[in-house]
Design a protein around this ligand. Structure first.
Ligand code: AKG
Ligand code: FE2
Length: 330
């Protein structure tokens, strides 16, 4: 008999992104968790992207966060620029339209964003420089400007963090490691949440200005809520752009470069981009879930062999993310 993973087998030339039901993640049966980890392994090795259903982020929490994003981006440019990310020492705050350029071949991204990290850790000055991008307080609009915004966004942040914590043991099983392999490496996870707003892209906009240019993410994995507009595209091994169509009730999970490096490319960090051709405003919320910044990304033992030697120099996780953030916001 074929296992679920064998029946749902993907390929690197995928035309569709697999959907994985996360219900067995909480099962007391090791076999059920193993079967789920096999599905996740297949998606990670071939696609680098999958949708999760039954992901446990309540719909209400998603809706209030999206509503918060709408209220935030509706503020005047002047109000938003008071929180300019370029004025922050730790990459928190507001990114204006075209202020970011994810694909160096492009001329700017047609989105605006608002970034937060862990709330309440404002001791960045005492920490080594490599820790700076993740630590330090967030900046918020005043409570009077958008009542309830901070609470709503932080509630989503906590829910998404919980989902991320559910996934690490499954990724560990998928790599034939002990289930708790990542636990001591993700005690102070560097998780950056972005609220994103993509104005509708007019047909005449140059090809060098799209919602977000082709890129790979920096951390271990990203949990992405996207609204119903559509526009996210994922590049397969043939170079074709495959639509990651919005599927109600799901969150998109994609792997990032920390995981690709750590797993010696066993897990794929797949290029993706977004073009909002819907004719209306698009909102999305990625949460970039990384390992603790002091972890050395030495190739994981099950991912190297004599015939598969290490492909990347060893870097410290925080140092790696810092270098990518610096390049993005220079
Ligand atoms: O908005 C999206 O669908 C994708 C966003 C993204 O890829 C990113 O922020 O890294
Ligand atoms: Fe991305």
């Amino acid at each position: 008999m074929l296992t679920a993973a064998e029946m749902q087998r993907t390929e690197s030339t995928f035309e569709q992104i697999p959907i994985i039901d996360l219900t067995p993640a909480h099962s007391s049966s090791p076999e059920a968790r193993r079967e789920l980890a096999d599905l996740i392994r297949d998606a990670c090795v071939n696609v680098g992207f999958f949708y999760v259903s039954n992901h446990s982020i309540p719909e209400r929490v998603i809706n209030t966060a999206i509503d918060g994003a709408k209220r935030f981006f509706a503020l005047s440019t002047e109000e938003k620029m008071q929180l300019d990310i370029h004025a922050s020492t730790n990459y928190k705050g507001y990114t204006a339209l075209l202020a970011e350029n994810t694909d160096p071949n492009n001329a700017g991204d047609l989105h605006e964003g608002f970034d937060i990290g862990p709330e309440g850790s404002s001791d960045a000055g005492k920490l080594p420089k490599t820790d700076a991008p993740m630590t330090g307080g967030n900046v918020w609009p005043s409570e009077k400007t958008i009542p309830g915004f901070k609470e709503d966004v932080l509630e989503y942040y906590e829910s998404a963090l919980n989902l991320g914590r559910t996934l690490f043991p499954l990724f560990a099983m998928a790599l034939d490691l002990e289930e708790d392999f990542f636990t001591d490496k993700t005690q102070n996870s560097a998780a950056i949440l972005r609220l994103l707003h993509y104005p509708p892209q007019e047909a005449k906009t140059s090809e060098k200005v799209i919602g977000i240019g082709a890129h790979t993410d920096y951390e271990c994995f990203t949990l992405l809520y996207q609204d119903a507009s559509g526009g996210l595209q994922v590049q397969n091994a043939n170079g074709r752009w495959i639509d990651a169509v919005p599927i109600p009730g799901t969150i998109v999970v994609n792997l990032g470069d920390q995981f690709a490096r750590w797993t010696n490319d066993t897990f794929k960090s797949t290029p993706h981009r977004a073009i909002n051709a819907s004719g209306s405003e698009r909102y999305s919320i990625p949460l970039f879930f990384g390992t603790d910044y002091d972890v050395l990304l030495e190739p994981i033992r099950t991912c190297v062999s004599e015939t598969n030697p290490p492909k990347y120099p060893v870097v410290q996780a925080g140092e790696y993310v810092r270098s990518r953030l610096e390049a993005t916001y220079q």
